[in-house]
Design a protein around this ligand. Sequence first.
Ligand code: MN
Length: 747
Amino acid sequence: MPKVDTHIREEIDQYQLDRQQKGNLVVLLRLCHEHLDSVNEDLVTRAFKLCCKSHENITRASGEPYYLHPVEVAKIMAEEFNIDDVSVVAALLHDTVEDTSVTLKTIEVLFGSTVMHIIDGLTKIMGVFENRDTKQAETFMKLLLSMADDIRVVLIKFADRLHNMRTISHLPKQKQLNKATETMELYAPLAHRFGLFKIKNELEDLSFKVIDPNSYKFLVRKLREKKEAREIFIDEFMQPITSELGEQKFNFEIKGRPKHIYSIYRKMQMQQKPFEEIYDLFAIRIILEEPHTKEDCWRVYSVITDWYTPIPKRFRDFISVPKANGYQSLHTTVITKQGRKVEVQIRTRKMDYIAEQGLAAHWKYKEGNNSGSNELDKFVHWVRDVLDAPRPDAATEFVKDFQLNLYHDEIYIFTPNGELKTLPNGASCIDFAFEIHSEIGERALAAKVNGKMMPLRQKLKSGDQVEIITGNKINLNPDWMEDVVTHKAKARIRQFIKQKERKIANQGRELWEKRAAKGKIEISDQELTKVAKRFKFNDAQEMFYEIGSGAFGVNELFKRVKQLKSKGRLDDESEDHKKQISEQAPEEYFTTARSVGDGKALLVEGELTNVKYSYANCCNPIPGDNVIGFISRNGDVKIHRSNCKNAHHLIRTDSERIIDVSWARNIDTQFLGGIKVIGEDRVGLVNDLTEVLSKSLQTNMKSINVNSEGGMFEGVITAYVNDLKHLEKIIQKLERVDGIKTVIRYE
Ligand code: MN
C-alpha cells in the first residue's frame, strides 16, 4: 500500500500545469489568502493538480476545459463562504469521484479523511438532488442534513449549483428551463432556510432570467434608468448623517441599492403594484465596521432621528430581542422634509455577516415542525453567542461547532413519485408501507429499494426511494412486529394479531359450548372466569384461545367444570342465596340464567358509559325490572334487581358501593329469563309448553329441565326474552296450558 500511495502522490506532484492553469491557480491561492485565516498551499496546489489531471481533455458545454468549473466552485467557497482551505480543496475535487476514475481511497491518501468524507457526502447526495420534482424544500433540507454530517458538503453543493447557474446560457434551452425551475423550487428555498440570503438572491435572479427573460430584461432596464436618480436621493438623504457620523469617528458602509431583481418582481406581483411604487420604497442599511458594538448602533439611531422624524410604530429592535434565527438589527422608518418614507437598518458588520451569509437558517419558521426543538434552541443560542463573540471568524467556528446531527434520529424516504416521507431512524420497508397507507402495509408483498428488489424487513436509509409491491389479499404477518419501529405499523400489526386471536378464541368457545350442551352443563361467564383462573389463564378468553388453537383440551375443561360444580366451588357472592334455592328445588332444576345482553342495555348514573357491568346470577334482571348497581371489588358493576335478597343485604352493609342504574330506552339484545312451571303431569305436556313458547310467542328457549314425581310436574324453563313485558306475556300464556297450576318467574 505505501508504495502505491507514494506513487500516486509523485504522479500528482509532477503533473505539469499549462499556462492558463497556472494563472488560475495563482488567482485561487490569492483569494484563499485574502479570505481565509490560514492556507495550506501545498494541499490546495495538489488538489488543483489532481482536478486538472482527472478532468483532462474534458470540456464543458461552453467549450471551456472542464477543470475551470471546480476551480470556480472553489473560488466561491473561498470568496463567498470563506470557511477554510479544506472546503476549497474539497470543492476542487467535488466532481472527481462521481465523474472520473479517481477513488475515495486516493482522495483519503492524498488529502486526508476529512476531505474524503466531504467528497463522499457530496457523491451520496448527488443522486438525491438530481431530477427531483419535489417542492418539499423543508423536508429536503432535513434529508440533506441527515445525509451530510459536515456543513461543508451542503455549502459546496450550493456553490456548485451557483456556478452552474452562472454559466447556464451554454446549455440547450430545455435543459436551462429544467435547471432554472429546479433551482427556483429547491435550491433557493434551501439557501433561504440555511440563511444564505446572498446566495439565495443570486440563484433566484439567475433562474428568473431563464424562466421569464422578458420581465427580467424589463426590470434590469428600469433599474438602470432609475439608478442615477436613486443614487442622488440616497446621497442627499445620507449627506447630513454621513458628516455627523464622520465627526463622531464612525467607520461604516452604506448599502442602498436593491440588487435583487426577483424580489422586486415578486413584490410587484404580490402587491399588484407598478415598478415605481415598489422601487421607490427606499431602504438604506448602515453597517458599522469592527470594532463597533451594538451600543454604537443606538448612537447611530440617535443621529438619524435627530435629523429626520421617525414613525414610532415602525421601529423594531432586533438587537435586544434577536429574531429566532439569530438575526440582529435596528429597523426604523423616518420621513424626509419632502414627505418621503425611508427605512433605515442599522447593524454591525458581524450582524450583517450572519444576516447575509451566515448559516442562521430559519429553523424556527419551519411550518408544522415540532421535532428536535431542543436541538434547534441550542443552535439558535449558539448563533447568538457567535454574534456576541469578539472575533469575526464566525464561519470557521460554524464548521467546528455546528455538527450536523440535528436530524440523525430521522430518515427521509422518497415515494416512487418523488414525495418525501419522514420516518424514525431504523425504520424498515414495512414501516414505510404503513406510513403511506395502512392498506398498503397490510397487502405488502415485497419492496423495491432504489430499483432493486428487497425483502420487506430491509432497513432504510435517508434518500432511499422505495416502492411497495402489494397483492390483492391481506399479507400481514405477525412476525413483522420485530421489524417495525413506527407506532402506526406496530398498532396495526398488534390489532391484526388481536383479531386473529379473537377468531381462534371464538372457535374455542364454540367447541366448549357444544361440549357443554352435550354434557348438559350450564355455566355462566363469571364461573368460566373462575375455572380459567384455576387453570392459570388470565381470563376465559385466553382459555378459549388455547382451546381454539388446540393447546388445551375441551374435554379436560369439561371434566374439571363438572367436578367443581358438583363441589359448589364456582359459586360467587350470591352463594348463600343460591344454596337456599337449590335446597328447595331439585338439583337438576337449578339452572343459572346467563345474561346475553351485550352491555349496552344499561345507563349507569343516567348515561350510557363504558363502565363494565354484568348481571347478577342470583336475580337475573331483565329490562323492565327495577335495578340497582353494585360496584364490585375489581371495579365492575354488578346489576341486581332491587327486590333481590342479596341486593337488600348489600344495601344494608355496603351502601356506599351502590350505584344508580336504569335501563336504556332501546335495547336490541335478549336476556335469559327463568320460569318455573308446576302442574299435573301428563303425556305431551313438555311438548305443549315448548309449542306455546316457540310457535305462539316466537320465543327461543335455552333449556328446559323437568322433574315429575307422584303425578306432579315441575319444570324450569330458561328462555330468551326482550324484557319484563315479554316475560309476563310468556307467564300468562303458559298459565293457560292444560293442567298447569302455577307459573312463576324463577331466578
Ligand atoms: Mn459540479
